[in-house]
Design a protein around this ligand. Structure first.
Ligand SMILES: [Zn+2]
Length: 104
């Protein structure tokens, strides 16, 4: 089960309210089952990429998409890890069927 730790809202900017780091979810508010599932999908992505490569890939892809779209939010929503998480976040059983390394 994914560990959830509540922290101050001061740690977050913009509309962000949760982040998953090394399989642990840090959030400043109560998360809905859908939001928890979203973060658990990120935890699975991070685990299968052995964490550090995930963060490098995530930031690099965000940067390249920012060059393409010139918009932080649009770039964020196009990161492959976010696309998978948003697409399947409402499917609570998704993680049981999820195939490794398929980020869509
Ligand atoms: Zn996400």
């Amino acid at each position: 089960m994914t560990r959830i730790i509540h922290i101050s809202k001061l740690w977050f900017r913009g509309g962000y309210y949760a982040i998953t780091l090394f399989g642990v979810v840090f959030t400043c508010e109560e998360l809905s089952p859908t939001e928890i599932n979203h973060e658990r999908i990120h935890a699975a992505q991070q685990r299968e990429l052995l964490y550090i490569p995930f963060y490098i890939w995530y930031v690099l892809e965000w940067f390249l998409l920012l060059l393409k779209y010139h918009n932080w939010t649009k770039a964020y929503f196009h990161i492959r890890f976010e696309q998978e998480a948003y697409r399947h976040q409402e499917d609570i059983g998704y993680l049981k069927r999820r195939k490794h390394y398929k980020y869509h």
